[in-house]
Design a protein around this ligand. Structure first.
Ligand SMILES: *[C@@H]1O[C@H](CO)[C@@H](O)[C@H](O)[C@H]1NC(C)=O
Length: 283
């Protein structure tokens, strides 16, 4: 009964309005995903790959295609939901865009999403690690990480009200991106249940790689900038700012950065990672 009324509510919301990506002044929409569908539906498999056979960063979760781990909400959002079996094993989900997008010479490319977490209290979120990020398409063709380039637009650990934006590149054990840390900055996340906009801008309008920039924004507020010149090498900068990249949304559980969940960590919707839209723009 309770579930039925939730269903009806979700349907009512989705029939009223589609949450489209916003119009940005001076930018053209290149691609968007607005997660249209009914509650429990799978993401659009012409646009996304659901990744299941992956273990990174000593994460505990197994990624599945189950609708208990990932579903369209019916209210024009995607929900990635952690679950825990009675044996203690965690499951979750991860999707990767099939397409990649390349910042064009002389243009600015912006990749943006509206994101929020579930409403469980902070002390139930140990081990949760949602992320909205991109990897260089060269990774799909044999180039090793981190030389393929990685741009983390949003990461959060353990429900803390801090968002991180980071670039990874070059080689492990130092290099131009100071691996394994990467080149990152953080920003406080407002304490509310609203969606927030996380964006990455790759600005090539200067037509000079040394003055090109990569910028990170939360709700339009700039919080991290990288400039070509600081890499000292055009080829390396190109792996981040001139090369095709694909988009990833995932909810990891445990692993080297957040540490493992504890006995208070809750599975289910209270700890979901919810995505309202994802969009790519170009000037
Ligand atoms: C790109 O950077 C230039 C400065 O080099 C600036 O004037 C322009 O507004 C930026 N474009 C966008 C879309 O932010």
């Amino acid at each position: 009964m309770h579930f039925q009324s939730l269903n009806l509510l979700a349907l009512a919301i989705s029939s009223v309005s589609a949450t489209l990506s916003p119009n940005l002044p001076g930018m053209n929409l290149v691609w968007q995903e607005t997660f249209v569908g009914e509650q429990g539906d799978m993401v659009d498999l012409t646009q996304w790959t659901v990744v299941t056979d992956l273990h990174n960063n000593q994460e505990l979760e197994t990624y599945t295609q189950s609708d208990s781990n990932m579903q369209l909400s019916g209210g024009q959002t995607l929900q990635l939901v952690p679950q825990q079996a009675e044996t203690g094993e965690w499951t979750s989900s991860r999707i990767e865009s099939i397409q990649s997008w390349t910042p064009a010479p002389g243009k600015t490319m912006q990749v943006q999403a509206a994101l929020r977490g579930g409403s469980s209290p902070l002390d139930t979120k140990q081990g949760m690690w949602p992320a909205f990020w991109m990897l260089g398409d060269s990774m799909r063709h044999g180039t090793p990480w981190p030389l393929c380039g990685e741009l983390d637009i949003f990461e959060q650990i353990n429900g803390q009200l801090t968002g991180y934006g980071t670039a990874h590149c070059d080689h492990t054990g130092g290099g131009a991106c100071n691996e394994p840390s990467g080149l990152g900055q953080s920003i406080p996340i407002p304490q509310d249940d609203d969606f927030h906009t996380w964006a990455l801008k790759i600005n090539r309008s200067s037509n000079n790689w040394q003055t090109e920039t990569i910028e990170w924004y939360l709700d339009g507020v700039l919080f991290h900038t990288l400039v070509g010149a600081q890499f000292g090498d055009e080829g390396l900068w190109a792996t981040l700012a001139h090369s095709p990249m694909y988009i990833i949304l995932n909810l990891a559980v445990g692993g080297t950065w957040p540490g493992d969940p504890n006995e208070a960590t809750l599975p289910g919707w209270g700890n979901m990672f919810e995505v309202q839209y994802v969009a790519v723009y170009s000037s």
